[in-house]
Design a protein around this ligand. Structure first.
Ligand code: PMP
Length: 440
């Protein structure tokens, strides 16, 4: 892999950009000794400034169900940019897209558009507090809901010895600069453990506005919910009169047309979407039934934003939804089949090479972790057993072979409709080579 030009960009970048880029997960922490600088994406391919070509399995952290520069997206954006970029007025396109989303999701009456998952999550929590008049929110260890102060607690992997008793996890702030007050009202529990949830709801349910969780733990590799767990969570929320808030920033418009709510048969009170929804544009949404969504009417619970409902982004959403749902949701089936195939074949390659790599997935989301456990069922398994350094070495080896696996050790990789059978075969051949060459 040629790196001369990227190295030069890195030197320039380090003079004017913190870490040489705009997010820690893109910088030297995950791409040592320096990141590659990219200039072009097409289909499932990316090109860097040294003209290296990669099969992209990172796909903007899940923002590109159709891959890069899909012809329909390019066409509609070219056409619409001529009519103006952003108006900050009510828009014809936002009505159309909201109608499409409500019809597709089935369990929501109304939608409110924002830009990023972080904003949507922040607003959802504010709504839950406003509606119930209760102060606390309950999140789970290892679940990430963006970088809003109030939710930046216990999202990162930590040494297990620091986590405390599962009945009362130690809350660990994820950043400097947070006041204890910002997360004082954020309680933390252990995910995928229904007894732990009932214990805390029994004692503190009267103080808790909402239980919030991802549809799958997807910021700690990919850890699916145990059979029936999400349904049981919903039942417990109803029993203890606490709102059930499902953060579908990752799973929405990905694991099924109706997201994790459809996959697991749920009726959450509040849902948030982002990532895949925008097909590469910053479009996020908060959604729910009428009696919940009316809380933001006329600023009762405040939700503002100059860039809300980004016009061009909404045209991309419309085109993406049309493409993904064509032929009875063939797009969703395709990304799921590719994710399943990658998972099965990577696991087989790891076994053949005698490596302790395990790949877990939910449809199109998959992630290799190096662990001696047969299965990772929770955050504490992940913290106790996963060798993040080995994943970093594997992903770096893959990139040397022209296959872009995310350098972010705790995130996941994804498929898009543009991946071909050849992309899969080439990626598996690369994995086989890298796994055989890696020390055991
Ligand atoms: N919720 C979840 C479940 C996420 O995975 C993320 C991003 N990784 C967010 C919220 C925040 O989204 P954004 O990066 O768009 O602010």
């Amino acid at each position: 892999m040629k790196t001369e030009k990227s190295a030069k960009f890195f030197d320039r970048a380090m003079k004017v950009l913190v870490e040489g880029c705009s997010s820690a997960s893109r910088g030297p922490l995950n791409y040592s000794p320096h990141p590659s600088y990219f200039k072009k994406g097409q289909g499932a391919r990316l090109w860097d400034v040294d003209d290296n070509e990669f099969i992209d399995w990172q796909l903007s952290f899940g923002c590109l169900p159709l891959g890069h520069a899909h012809p329909k997206i390019v066409e509609v954006i070219r056409e619409q940019v001529e009519n103006g970029t952003h108006f900050a007025t009510a828009l014809e396109i936002e009505v159309e897209v909201a109608e499409m989303m409500v019809a597709m999701l089935g369990h929501v009456d109304k939608v409110r558009f924002a830009n990023t998952g972080t904003e949507a999550c922040m607003t959802a929590v504010r709504m839950a507090r406003g509606i119930t008049g209760k102060r606390k929110v309950l999140k789970f260890e290892g679940h990430y809901h963006g970088w809003y102060d109030g939710l930046l607690v216990s999202s990162n992997p930590q040494p297990v010895t620091t986590l405390g008793h599962p009945n009362d996890p130690v809350r660990i702030p994820d950043s400097s600069g947070l006041t204890p007050g910002s997360w004082e009202d954020t309680l933390v529990s252990v995910w995928n453990d229904i007894d732990a949830l009932e214990r805390i709801l029994k004692i503190r349910g009267h103080e808790i506005a909402c239980v919030m969780m991802e549809g799958a733990m997807s910021n700690m590799g990919v850890i699916p919910a145990k059979d029936g767990y999400l349904k049981q969570v919903q039942e417990l929320c109803r029993k203890y009169d606490v709102l059930f808030y499902l953060d579908e920033t990752v799973t929405g418009f990905r694991v099924a047309p109706g997201g994790a709510a459809e996959l697991y048969g749920l009726q959450p009170d509040i849902v948030t979407y982002g990532k895949a929804l925008g097909q590469g544009f910053p479009v996020a949404a908060i959604a729910g039934p009428d009696h919940i969504m009316e809380s933001i009417e006329y600023g009762k619970v405040l939700h503002y934003g100059s860039h809300n409902a980004p016009r061009l982004g909404l045209y991309a959403v419309k085109a993406m939804l049309e493409e993904m749902t064509k032929d009875d949701n063939a797009g969703f089936r395709k990304i799921t089949e590719i994710g399943e195939q990658m998972t099965t074949r990577l696991n087989a390659a790891a076994r053949d090479a005698g490596q302790n790599m395990r790949v877990q997935n939910i449809g199109s989301m998959f992630h290799p972790v190096f662990t001696d456990l047969e299965e990772i069922t929770g955050y504490r398994d992940f913290c106790a057993s996963v060798d993040l350094g080995k994943y970093a070495a594997f992903a770096a080896g893959m990139r040397e072979e022209g296959v872009f696996f995310t350098g972010n050790k705790i995130l996941h990789n994804l498929s898009c409709t543009a991946h071909t059978q050849e992309d899969i075969d080439v990626s598996i051949a690369a994995a086989t080579k890298v796994l055989h060459e890696m020390p055991k």
